[in-house]
Design a protein. Sequence first.
Length: 338
Amino acid sequence: MPCGLRHHGRIGVVPAAVTLSSLHLVLGEEELLVERAVRAAVRAARQTDPAADSTRAKVSELTVAELAELVSPSLFSEGRVIVLESAQDIAQELADSLLGYLAQPADGVVLVVVHSGGGRSKAAKALPAALRKAGAEITECPKITKPAEREAFVRNEVRQAGGRIDPAGVVALIDSVGSDLRELASAAAQLVADTGGKVDEQAVRRYHRGRADVTGFAVAEKAVAGDRAAALESMRWAMQIGVPHVLVADALADAVRTIARVSAAGRGNPNQLAGELGMPPWKVRKAQGQARGWAEAGLAEAMAVVARVNAEVKGAAADSSYALERAVLDLVAAREKR
């Protein structure tokens, strides 16, 4: 069996520890934090080897032989970063093989295992502990549900962007944007850029009264409204000022998914639907208005578009900017379907 991938490393039997930088465990269910942790691991690997190739694979779609091929050393000694997604779905045989590999890891291979922390099978539940014992560098990404945790997230986002925010500003931002972490992160970064770093309640209220600032969510709002020219203009300006491609793609996906969920829930009181859908009332109310312009067939097509562009901006496309522009055009076309 290639690359020392063996079946002797059953869950519970801890293999020899590997170098911290060669094994990462991203643990939790908060999607934004998980994606950031994965990107950070890939970035760190490429600081050592700028030419390192990155590959993502869901464990449920991998065979033992395919895993062995992924972690085999390159013939040309090129580095590799292998991201194993949804490891909570791992089967016993693949878990055994993974731990067997970690007993004799290949040089130049960085392994990033993404696990929700749960799992149905014994192998899946035991995997995080086994990876910890194997010396994995661990990034915890628990779901953010409590108000205090969300406030701490906002403060940290502002600090990471180089700014400061007072308590009233934190409350105002969450009140204006809602609980979605991606929206909060985007708004926090934009506010720091607009204010020179000092964010307070007044700045938040001014920002959300309709200033012409461009974020991924502004692009998404125009795209799902069917405004082709405005969506493209906003998207190009967002790219020019440095809004990350992945944030624009995430915003497009969030807008489409929100419209689809609210549309499926039917007409109703936004305050009542908010509790059922886990969204703030203002977001439900807004999506109800947007949903009136969409037919079921168009929404189905739009879901496929945002899934495609999400993969493209994370490495599947040669040109992420072109991929985003095509996605905007495809969303506007999908909205026109009846």
